[in-house]
Design a protein. Structure first.
Length: 81
């Protein structure tokens, strides 16, 4: 297995100067944060539009029960009386 310490130390030596340039009191998400947020917003909008389309296809009318169907057709059980 290759020795990773050389590559890690090389990466650290290149990244440390970049970290010193960043103002600790003024860190913003930047363009990448905006792009990620915009993509997530578009995904939510698309999902809501799709859900709305599917919900319009749903029929919420309850099917009549067997008793109501039998009473309406006159095939109900004879009542005792």
């Amino acid at each position: 297995m290759p020795d990773m310490s050389a590559s890690v130390s090389l990466a650290v030596t290149h990244l440390v100067p970049l970290a010193k340039e960043v103002d600790e009191n003024k860190v913003t998400p930047g363009v990448l944060g905006f792009i990620v947020f915009a993509v997530m917003a578009l995904a939510v909008w698309g999902l809501m539009k799709s859900m709305s389309k599917h919900m319009q296809k749903v029929d919420f009318k309850e099917a009549p029960s067997e008793e109501e169907t039998a009473a309406a057709t006159g095939r109900g059980e004879p009542q005792q009386g």
